[in-house]
Design a protein around this ligand. Structure first.
Ligand code: AMP
Ligand code: GLY
Length: 440
């Protein structure tokens, strides 16, 4: 069978790497892929990103199964397009992807269906937004509507910061970017919400429209700097499992958040298929609240999760695209896995591209070490330019060095040993990924 993975980040490298391990899979294509998927002889990059063109290519290549990694093609309707032409694809439709692509949609959905989340109001009028934060006080959270790669959120500790965030998000053309948030095409609408305190976890499930299967728990580190300080990023590292998600909290998250969401979407006439990722904030009483929904797997959470998955991913995806997830029991490696993101100079604001990456271990030596270097923002130079096997940085998050260990501490030690041997100019990475899990 031929499989297509759509996307080009670390998450997609991990999905493709796992898919290629299935004895039923003859070829794994990655569109557009990255330097890491280019270097792996079992994977092949396809330089097509346009949704209709990719659908045409998938038809002509008789692709048996397509898995979509990132939110942008989902929000652009890739699942609708593939299904309309009889192609098997795992992911939500464009309408269902609004759970992620519009904060206003997802907040209204949660309110309507009684799903625990922070209290909020949504605004397009800056005066009303400013008046609202004056009334509510700080700390308070200001979010741009629309997709923002985790960077459209300002957790304002003071009223001044909140006012500045509103000015920037609602009138982006007037301003410099005082807060370092990325404005996005989601446009001039903000959601302003109550500040929640607690510990975060990523709760990711697969849905086939009626059945739900939870993946192993995970947690990422969103802040750029050690000690969870500095600006928000797409994620600087992750590990699985997440000790904060106790069996009790797991059961509550399923009962109070995941199942009502799947049921609510079906009731609203927008059945959800695909990965559903609830970003949870768990308070001191063990009450989980939804910070956000993503309609895809997390990046970098996917990397440690795929390291731990023992089941055949192709079988799992075939079941998930035939309404038969209830027939599948996911089998996990009991050992924890941990991934450290190596990011480019200037990430997250202005990542530099084109730095030569050296010291990458061979795939064989990584396998021996129960580790893997998943690529994200990398390219291999076109034939005739640069050396054979040469890898250049090409995006904000460059690599995610992921390792299994008997304990989180051991996984962390292995990942850092490998990361320390990989060199590129300006590389930034945190030195404390997993510290909360190690502390607990
Ligand atoms: P989001 O993209 O909505 O998940 O927000 C990105 C990050 O901002 C989250 O992972 C949290 O660290 C933080 N955040 C978002 N909403 C809140 C909130 N209501 N209270 C506290 N922190 C938040
Ligand atoms: N790691 C956070 C995300 O994928 O949204």
């Amino acid at each position: 069978m031929k499989v297509l993975v759509v996307g080009g980040g670390g998450r997609e490298h991990a999905l493709a790497w796992k898919m290629a391990q299935s004895p039923k899979v003859q070829a794994v294509y990655v569109a557009p892929g990255n330097g890491g998927t280019a270097l792996d002889s079992r994977l092949e990059n396809i330089a097509i990103t346009d949704v209709q063109a990719l659908r045409g290519w998938a038809q002509s290549e008789k692709i048996a199964l397509t898995v979509v990694g990132p939110e942008q093609p989902l929000a652009a309707g890739i699942v609708d397009e593939f299904r309309a032409h009889g192609l098997r694809v795992f992911g939500p439709t464009r309408a269902a992807a609004q759970l992620e692509s519009s904060k206003a949609f997802s907040k209204a959905f949660m309110k309507r269906h009684g799903i625990p989340t922070a209290d909020y109001e949504s605004f397009s009028d800056p005066l009303a937004a400013h008046a609202y934060v004056e009334r509510k006080g700080a700390p308070i959270v200001v979010k741009a509507d629309g997709l923002a790669a985790g960077k459209g959120v300002v957790v304002a500790m003071s009223l001044a910061e909140a006012h500045q965030a509103i000015d920037f998000m609602l009138a982006p053309e007037t301003g410099a970017n005082p807060l370092g948030v990325t404005h996005n095409a989601g446009g001039a609408r903000v959601v302003i919400e109550e500040f929640l305190q607690g510990e975060e976890a990523s709760f990711i499930v697969m849905c086939d429209g009626k059945n739900v299967t939870a993946l192993a728990t995970s947690q990422d580190h969103k802040r750029l700097l050690d000690g969870d300080a500095g600006p928000n990023t797409g994620g600087m590292g992750a590990y699985s499992p997440a000790p904060v998600v106790t069996p009790q909290i797991h059961a509550r998250a399923m009962r109070e958040i995941i199942l009502p969401t799947i049921k609510g979407m079906a009731q609203d006439g927008i059945p959800f298929t695909g990965f559903l990722y609830a970003g949870l904030m768990i308070d001191a009483q063990g009450q989980p609240k939804t910070l956000e929904f993503n309609c895809r797997m997390g990046d970098p959470e996917t990397q440690p999760i795929m390291m731990r998955l023992k089941s055949d991913l192709f079988d799992v995806m075939m079941a998930a695209t035939s309404g038969q997830l209830d027939q599948i029991e996911l089998d996990w490696d009991r050992r924890p896995a941990l991934g450290v993101v190596m990011a480019a100079h200037g990430y997250p604001l202005n990542p530099r591209k084109g730095d030569l990456v050296t010291g990458l271990p061979s795939l064989d030596s990584l396998k021996q070490a129960n580790a893997m270097v998943f690529h994200a923002g990398t390219v291999t130079p076109p034939p005739g330019q640069g050396g054979k096997g040469e890898v250049l940085s090409a995006g904000g998050r460059v690599l995610c060095v992921t390792a299994l260990g008997h304990t989180v501490k051991e996984a962390q030690k292995r990942a850092y040993e490998i990361a320390d041997g990989i060199i590129f100019a300006g590389a930034q990475f945190r030195t404390d990924i997993g510290f909360r899990a190690i502390k607990s």
